[in-house]
Design a protein around this ligand. Structure first.
Ligand code: MD6
Ligand code: FE
Length: 217
């Protein structure tokens, strides 16, 4: 009873917000790891730099991407897929550090998806004005596994729609250190990111970085 009374009042520590059935926003869950995350991002992007890829339709994405783990997500004129090799270097993607995989496992466990072992981490970089149009994440083999998404840097507006592209999305602010875990019934919901508003983040400057952990194969 007392615990219920104080829920939503205390503003210390992580809190959770339910976006939809199977989609939970863990406010500030990644904050304790921000320095480690920035270090690991620097290491990964030194080996596999951010690049703006071309969609199958021939458009260059406004978001720049890279990956780490056993496979990475790529798009080109041939389509979308997961590949063990970075097409830009011809080498395997940088490894996913063990602590980082463990972090994703714990975030998933926190909202009721135990035993999540991601093999891919897709990393997106948004500059001011970059956006991600409404899409479904359906290139992963096992759609029963959740996705864990970490937001760093500038605040973004996450658009969360329905099972049809035409469903009007609801809007959620994703702040530095926020983690979204989603799986189950809404795993195939349409979602995206509104054009990034200008700002200056103390740790990351004029950009937003998003990491999404997936079981791709
Ligand atoms: C982003 N995120 O936050 C884009 N997909 O920059 C996604 O597209 C996404 O956050 C699947 C699950 C969680 C996500
Ligand atoms: Fe997505």
């Amino acid at each position: 009873m007392t615990a219920d009374l104080f829920e939503g009042i205390a503003d210390e520590g992580p809190s959770r917000e339910v976006i939809a059935e199977g989609a939970v926003l863990l406010r500030g869950f990644a904050r304790p790891f921000e320095q480690q995350l920035v270090t690991v991002l620097r290491d990964i992007t030194a080996q596999a730099p951010f690049r703006r890829m071309i969609t199958p339709g021939g458009h260059q994405m406004s978001v720049a991407m890279t990956s780490c783990g056993n496979c990475g997500w790529v798009t080109d004129r041939a389509g979308y897929r997961y590949d063990a090799t970075d097409p830009q270097s011809g080498k395997p993607w940088p490894a996913m550090p063990q602590w980082l995989r463990q972090f994703a496992t714990e975030a998933a466990e926190e909202v009721g998806f135990p035993g999540f072992l991601p093999d891919a981490c897709l990393i997106n970089r948004y500059e001011v004005g970059s956006r991600m149009s409404l899409h479904q994440d359906k290139d992963e083999r096992d759609l029963g596994a959740p996705i864990v998404s970490v937001s760093l840097g500038l605040t973004a507006i996450f658009l969360f729609g329905g099972m049809k592209r035409s469903d009007t999305p609801r809007r959620f602010r994703l702040l530095h250190g926020d983690v979204v875990v989603w799986g189950g019934p809404v795993r195939l919901a349409y979602h995206g990111i509104a054009p990034l508003a200008d700002g200056e983040h103390p740790l990351l400057g004029r950009q937003r970085i998003n990491l999404t952990f997936r079981k791709a194969r």
